[in-house]
Design a protein around this ligand. Structure first.
Ligand SMILES: [Ca+2]
Length: 475
């Protein structure tokens, strides 16, 4: 009897130890604008499941992506390092601008295998790790291309991840998909739904293990395609919609967002059904700002731009065991923070030699609205929709430096969240103070600098990226 009692105590102890290790469902949406969800102000798009997710957990109002384009932002999440430190600073494979004023540094198109990435750290600790969706972290055209699938970077399984930055199968968002590990389905099947089927299947199989379900949605990146019934719904809605906030009434994109919302709803429902929702951390965010066809909640710029519309993201965390419902947090948080956050949430030791630029958000999730960090940084030595630039945000101040001419823009985001009043000439002291900090940071992470381009030819610089919304330029 004593033995039996002892055994049951030990067993209960083991159970609670296991229970204390949370599961992680990490949901990364592609090209997600700050204004895309109801809980961040959308009225045209309908996202009841995501709104409920936010209401059941914590909604962040100063969430950031580590880059204004895909690949660097994704690498930052997986590594806990700024793209500048990784030297992986542009979307793969980037634009070529051979005649531009500055030469783009020789940047990386792969993550070094020596790094212990988030899924690898969790896998070491006994987690089942699964990747679904868009990867976009492979050195296209290089001999080691095949060594950079998700399964070479810590994921047990890969459903859908390859070099693509968007669906490029025969049917694009519709069957056939042409993606590894994903059945091509039948004509008319929609990619978001099929990936969700696979993720739900994983949950059913792994419900007894601690797991990391990393769902990196291809949506809502273009091509803008949605199931016909949803397109019809939003085409009708647009006809009578009271567009008080001047939202972008694009029925297909609205349909993509609703399909995403349905996917999130299915995952949450499955966790509830399996009885594992209480100790599962669900995180939902985006890799960079929304594209031209969406609404950025009034922020300036879109994906690819240096201003807030390029990097501010919805950022939601639900963890019933720890986070009080209807919580909000205004601290600045960024993609590099997920890695240390998940380690601490799992009771695992931090790996400061790995996630060098991340800060654990656990204290925030526990209700303390403070973080020991005042500054965030971005370094984009590339030509895209924006001119090459770097930026620092320190508390409410944001400084942007455009690398070609050294032009500065300074904003007080508390008073001017839409970046309309450049204060760089009015407040040169603050501008120079932030610039000095920004330069010191670049040095500290060994950021790659641009150099004068010996082939610079203004007459051949066609399609040259323009600074958004500055004074009109003459061609
Ligand atoms: Ca993206």
């Amino acid at each position: 009897m004593i033995h039996k009692a002892l055994l049951s105590i030990v067993f209960a102890g083991l159970l609670s130890a296991k229970d204390s290790k949370p599961n992680f469902v990490f949901l990364l949406v592609d090209d997600l604008g700050l204004g895309d969800f109801g809980c961040y102000g959308a009225k045209f798009y309908e996202t009841p499941h995501i709104d409920k997710l936010a209401a059941d957990g914590m909604l962040f109002t100063n969430g950031y992506a580590a880059c204004t384009v895909c690949s660097p932002s994704r690498a930052a999440i997986l590594s806990g390092c700024y793209p500048a430190r990784l030297k992986l600073t542009d979307w793969i494979t980037g634009h070529k601008k051979p005649f531009a004023k500055l030469s783009v540094p020789k940047w990386e198109t792969r993550i070094d295998h020596k790094r212990v990435l988030l899924p690898e750290a969790l896998k070491e600790a006994g987690y089942a790790t699964a990747f679904f969706g868009k990867w976009h972290l492979m050195p296209i055209g290089q001999p080691d291309f095949d060594k950079h699938y998700p399964t070479s970077h810590g994921f047990d399984i890969n459903v859908g991840g390859r070099e693509w930055g968007q669906p490029k199968g025969k049917g694009k968002y519709f069957s056939p998909f042409g993606m590894p590990g994903l059945d091509d389905g039948k004509p008319g099947d929609f990619l978001t739904n099929k990936l969700t089927d696979a993720a739900v299947d994983f949950l059913e199989k792994k419900q007894d293990d601690p797991f990391l379900l990393y769902f990196s949605y291809y949506t809502v990146h273009g091509p803008v395609m949605a199931p016909p019934a949803l397109v019809k719904k939003y085409t009708e809605k647009a006809k009578t919609f009271n567009n008080a906030k001047n939202e972008h009434l694009e029925p297909r994109r609205a349909g993509m967002v609703e399909a995403l919302d349905n996917s999130v709803g299915r995952l949450v429902a499955k966790l509830d059904e399996l009885g594992i929702a209480e100790n599962t951390v669900i995180i939902l965010t985006g890799d960079n700002g929304g594209n031209y066809d969406t609404t950025t909640a009034g922020l300036k710029g879109f994906k690819g731009f240096s201003h807030e519309g390029g990097v501010r993201e919805p950022f939601v965390v639900k963890w019933p065991a720890k986070i009080a419902p209807k919580s909000t947090c205004s601290e600045m948080v960024i993609g590099t923070d997920f890695y240390p956050t998940m380690l601490e949430a799992a009771g695992l030791p931090a790996r400061p030699d790995q996630h060098r630029d991340g800060v654990s958000l656990l204290s925030l999730l526990n209700g303390k609205n403070e973080l020991k960090r005042d500054t965030l940084y971005w370094h984009y030595p590339h030509y895209h929709r924006t001119m090459p630039y770097g930026a620092i945000r320190e508390k409410n101040w944001k400084l942007i430096e455009f690398y070609e001419e050294g032009d500065l823009e300074l904003y007080d985001l508390a008073k001017d969240p839409h970046e309309k009043n450049n204060l760089a000439t009015k407040n040169p002291k603050k501008a120079q103070e932030l610039l000095a900090k920004f330069k010191a940071w670049k040095k500290s992470v060994d950021a790659q600098a641009m150099t004068p381009n010996p082939n610079h030819d203004p007459n051949r610089e066609k399609g040259r990226a323009k600074k958004p919304k500055k004074k009109k330029t003459t061609k």
